[in-house]
Ligand binder design. Sequence first.
Ligand SMILES: [Zn+2]
Ligand SMILES: [Zn+2]
Length: 320
Amino acid sequence: MRIYWLLWLLVLNLNAHVLLAQRSGTPSFRIVPLGVKGGLDESNLSAYMLAPANSNNYVCLDAGTLRTGIQQAITNKAFSATIDEVLKKYIKAYLISHAHLDHLAGLIINSTDDSTKTIYALPSCIEQIQKNYFNWQSWPNFGSAGAGLTLKKYAYQPVIANNAETAIQNTDLQVQVFPLSHGDAYQSAAFLIRSKEDYVLYLGDTGPDAVEKKQNLQNIWQKISPLVKARKLKAIFIEVSYPDEQPDKLLFGHLTPHWLMQEIEALHSFTGKSLQQLPVIITHMKPAGKNEEKIKAQLKAQNKRNLNLIFPEQGKAFSL
Ligand SMILES: [Zn+2]
Ligand SMILES: [Zn+2]
């Protein structure tokens, strides 16, 4: 009897090693988080630079905080360049999930000193940027359309949800966009980014399907499941804003550890055990009180699919 147990353990162990080997290998992407939090700390709000490995042609996923994050990354030796070089030369384009300030403030404030580039977003998001920010009232119009004189620093590139891939200018990256529901009839977006054969999924703010009464996440899970099974999806960036103590009626279109793991179960129903050790990067924790520690502990306690949970830090680069 004991010998069977030993053999069984050996098989399990081998499986784990094979999984780890498949998950490691040569990295496909490099990520430099410029801001990781979901509120309060204006020097550390959602913004993630992403490039193919060994490239300096980055896209910036959301742009809540730019300058402080770049400074921090330089201090940590993630870049050997000046702040201006990183901002103007390394960031080739922005992908904005939605027009809330915690995803956009860094872009607006740095627009005077930025280089010309393209903003990719859903049409509804581009419309809000035009109407609410680059309108000569909140700020000069640095956009390519909208109110008054257009300074044309940023070319607006609306991307239609669920369409085919769009090439991201001046990078070797492609993007596909999916709609998300972020509270009362408000639309946010998820970006599926491809470099050669490999993918990363970045989700902007989102509530769970069950609370939002939508199928947006379900549709995304179905769409990406073949990539998970084929080990081509290198990571999922997803928000967890509040700890489990937050009542559903006060989620305002956000996730908790419980609701994230419910969504992971939905994904698991398509992928089965190929989810094991998938890097899931937890974004957008709202830092009130001891919430961040609570969220981390609750996620670890509910991680029954053995995800590789990653808690990104401002200015600390990593590869996937
Ligand atoms: Zn947000
Ligand atoms: Zn938001």
